[in-house]
Design a protein around this ligand. Structure first.
Ligand code: ADP
Length: 495
């Protein structure tokens, strides 16, 4: 009988279920969006029950696609939006507040206070993270301090915390599992990435009782079981990883020095630094990629806030074209950017600049500037931002970085990828699989349940083409220095 891995990809706007056959070919994809709640300016919430119900529904649809239904499912892999925080009552299994989403800024002031108190060094040394509202710790603290009776309940050991992987495992096991993997734990700001334990000193800084925290399991292996009432048969959960780490695994960047970039709404660049965590001199994050048995892999991570979103803005905001893909032919109508540089700091700048006060700016406009130049500058801006992170990684990580695997919606754009190859002097390899995240969870699960061996995986990943750098050094330097100048002029605009 054919065997399949069911990959559950719980994202920020939708829940997906993808079935992979024994060749790791996706044979069925089901997707369901769920509601985003914005109760106040800068706040972003999800209803944990809506997350669960949408995930359950797509999983059931996927299973019913199989001839023998659940009998065909060998194992489940889970990947998820990271940092998003759920606190629930251990007895009733009900969340006491909505899930606070990674994008939520309500704890920004609290984080500033921690910085002023000089906690950054200690927190960075232990967690590899920069103090920010992004991570789970300040979100848990907010729930305990703002939901009626929460603090007392937590102190009595009646509340429990989880990121979305933990929440899904809890629901899938009908309350028996309270687990997370190190890739997710490393995004909470409560986990010591060196000794792989929840850290008492961090728990005391954020005033969070240790009794709330899930147990740590590997990212791959026999991690737990889905209760038989959920799908009609017990299924093993054998892979768990946060979305970007799963994408790194799905790109098979499993060796030290391998790097991937996902070009979606934002861009996420992850470098596998092998079994030692690398400290960044340029404000990149150090994080756990995955843990498999005794082997822990670390990664250096940098994110661009506005990546493909800049093309979305040209499409919807300025109505330059109908489809994002049309940006390529429009940009091709110009030989070059015509001296136009666009810094898309629409929501500030991420790594390595980290400036919340920067704003979008366009430089070099003349009477000759056309829509084509503008569009080209927008596409180039995605690459320049990714290049800034690559430059930082090249400083932090001594081995040479000569190629990068790419995926995500905007990686369909050849002009963009060619410019990236040129500007960053890299070979760009586009994966044939657009869903690297779900594939990564499937790979981890397939390895974890013994359906695949690591050597076999190599043959299951295929490239959809390569682009090589063909730009002269002098031109590259000129472009990058003009970009640097444009960034400097955008920085601190709002302050
Ligand atoms: P996410 O998973 O973050 O929602 P996707 O991976 O689906 O994003 O990619 C969608 C993003 O990529 C959008 O912001 C869109 O504007 C951009 N995009 C999609 N296709 C292209 C293209 N051919 N050229 C440039 N940008 C594109």
């Amino acid at each position: 009988m054919s065997k399949y891995i069911l990959s559950l990809d719980q994202g920020t706007t939708s829940s997906r279920a993808i079935l992979y056959d024994q060749e790791a070919t996706p044979v069925y994809i089901e997707n369901q969006e769920f509601k985003q709640y914005f109760p106040e300016n800068g706040w972003v919430e999800h209803d944990p029950e809506e997350i669960w119900n949408s995930q359950l529904e797509v999983a059931k649809k996927a299973i019913s696609f199989l001839r023998n239904g659940v009998e065909n499912v060998e194992a489940i892999g889970i990947t998820n939006q990271r940092e998003t925080t759920v606190v629930w009552n251990k007895k009733t299994g009900k969340a006491i507040y909505n899930a606070i989403v990674w994008q939520d800024r309500r704890t920004a002031d609290y984080c500033e206070t921690l910085k002023r108190e000089g906690k950054q060094d200690l927190i960075y040394k232990k967690t590899g993270l920069i103090i920010d509202a992004y991570f789970s710790a300040s979100k848990i603290a907010w729930i305990l301090d703002n939901v009626d009776g929460a603090r007392e309940m937590a102190e009595r050991g009646e509340l429990t915390f989880g990121t979305i992987d933990t929440w899904l495992c809890y629901k899938l096991s009908k309350g028996k599992l309270h687990i997370t993997d190190p890739s997710n734990a490393s995004r909470t700001m409560l986990f010591n990435i060196h000794d792989l334990k929840w850290d008492e000193e961090l728990l005391s800084i954020f005033n969070i009782p240790a009794s709330m925290l899930p147990s740590i399991v590997d990212s791959s292996g026999l991690l737990g079981k889905v209760d038989k009432d959920i799908f009609g048969k017990e299924i093993v959960i054998s892979g768990i990883a946060g979305d970007q780490q799963a994408a790194l695994f799905g790109q098979l960047c499993i060796k030290k020095g391998m790097i991937k970039c996902t070009y979606g709404t934002g861009c996420f660049i992850m470098l596998n630094t092998g079994e030692t965590p690398v400290e960044s001199k340029s404000n990149l994050l150090t994080t756990i990629a995955w843990k498999r048995g005794d082997e822990v892999h670390y990664a250096l991570e940098g994110s661009v806030f506005i990546g493909g979103a800049v093309i979305q803005w040209l499409r919807d905001g300025l109505e330059f074209f109908q489809e994002a893909a049309d940006s390529e032919s429009l940009a091709e109508a110009a030989d070059d950017n015509g001296g136009v540089y666009f810094v898309p700091a629409l929501t500030g700048l991420g790594a390595p600049h980290w400036d919340p006060f920067a704003r979008g700016s366009i430089f070099g406009i003349t009477r000759g500037t056309s829509k084509a130049h503008f569009t080209r500058a927008a596409l180039e801006s995605i690459c320049f931002q990714v290049n800034d992170i690559l430059k930082a990684k090249r400083v932090d990580f001594p081995s040479s970085i000569n190629e990068m695997r790419v995926d995500g919606g905007a990686s369909a754009n050849n002009l963009l990828l060619q410019f990236q190859a040129d500007i960053s002097e890299l070979k760009i390899i586009r994966s044939s699989f657009m869903e690297s995240t779900a594939l990564g969870a499937a790979f981890l699960a397939g390895l974890g349940c013994g359906m695949w061996m690591e050597e076999e995986l190599i043959g299951k990943w295929t490239s959809d083409g390569e682009l090589n750098s063909s730009m002269e050094g002098e031109r590259r330097q000129k472009l990058v220095s003009m970009w640097d100048k444009a960034v400097q002029r955008s920085i601190n605009w709002e302050n």
